[in-house]
Design a protein around this ligand. Structure first.
Ligand SMILES: [Zn+2]
Length: 251
């Protein structure tokens, strides 16, 4: 809680990243969350890992220990066998309680335009998970507009454009979210004036905040906390949208 606002960081990483050598533990993340008033974080595996099952088990363990502070997401290299992909997503949903699948096109070149990549969206839809896709660096497959097509093929599936396309492609996220009601935008890495542009076109109940790394947590939360917008809209972006998409009971 910060300045009377609950904060949901929808883009936090936990585990060991093979591409960068970075290791993030639950304890150091919690420390940063406590320091910056973040109530809850969505834990994403890093995109390049030695063993995705082990990374998922690590996230599940953190969620089990701190169920109020953490939610979990899966990230499976999309070119493992179709059975291995399906089985691991099923395990993450049914046994570990994860509510999202992360796709990182910079390291996982799954073409979102053709239907051959639909198995990922099908798996998410089947288990009522959301898809969080990194956008920005990693074009062409990280271009926000390309996700209009899977969003239309899977109209019930929430697709969250991570980093809002970054500064260079943020206008595309506005287009994508404007034409697809199931496209959401996570705002990390954008400049405050970009966020103001997005808010002028996309309803606040489809926006969310993320830090990506603990070092940016304060900056990312501060950007939204200090925006000159009504408190109701702020509450959506800082908490309500994420809670609705990730934590609503499956019923
Ligand atoms: Zn990330």
């Amino acid at each position: 809680m910060k300045n009377g606002f609950q904060l949901y960081d929808t883009h936090a990483h936990l585990g060991l990243a093979r591409h960068s050598g970075r290791r993030q533990t639950a304890e150091t993340l919690l420390e940063a969350m406590d320091r910056h008033g973040v109530d809850r974080s969505m834990l994403l595996p890093f995109p390049v890992v030695d063993d995705f099952r082990r990374e998922h088990d690590g996230i599940a363990e953190a969620v089990r220990r701190y169920p109020k502070r953490f939610a979990g997401a899966a990230c499976v290299y999309p070119f493992v066998s179709p059975e291995a992909f399906r089985d691991e997503i099923k395990r993450c949903a049914e046994e570990l309680g994860f509510r999202a699948i992360k796709l990182q096109p910079q390291y996982q070149a799954l073409n979102p335009v053709g239907t051959r990549g639909d198995f990922l969206y099908e798996a998410a839809a089947r288990h009522r998970m959301a898809v969080i896709v990194h956008t920005g660096s990693g074009v062409p497959f990280a271009l926000p507009s390309l996700y209009i097509l899977p969003a239309r093929r899977f109209p019930e599936l929430p697709i969250i454009l991570g980093h809002g396309g970054g500064s260079v492609y943020m206008l595309e996220t506005i287009v994508a979210a404007s034409v697809c009601p199931n496209i959401y935008i996570e705002l990390s890495s954008l400049m405050p004036h970009h966020i103001a542009d997005i808010l002028a076109h996309v309803p606040s109940n489809r926006l969310m905040v993320g830090s990506d790394l603990p070092e940016s947590m304060e900056t990312e939360m501060h950007k939204m906390l200090t925006m000159a917008i009504p408190d109701l809209a702020k509450r959506d972006v800082l908490w309500n949208t994420a809670e609705r998409v990730f934590d609503a009971p499956l019923g």
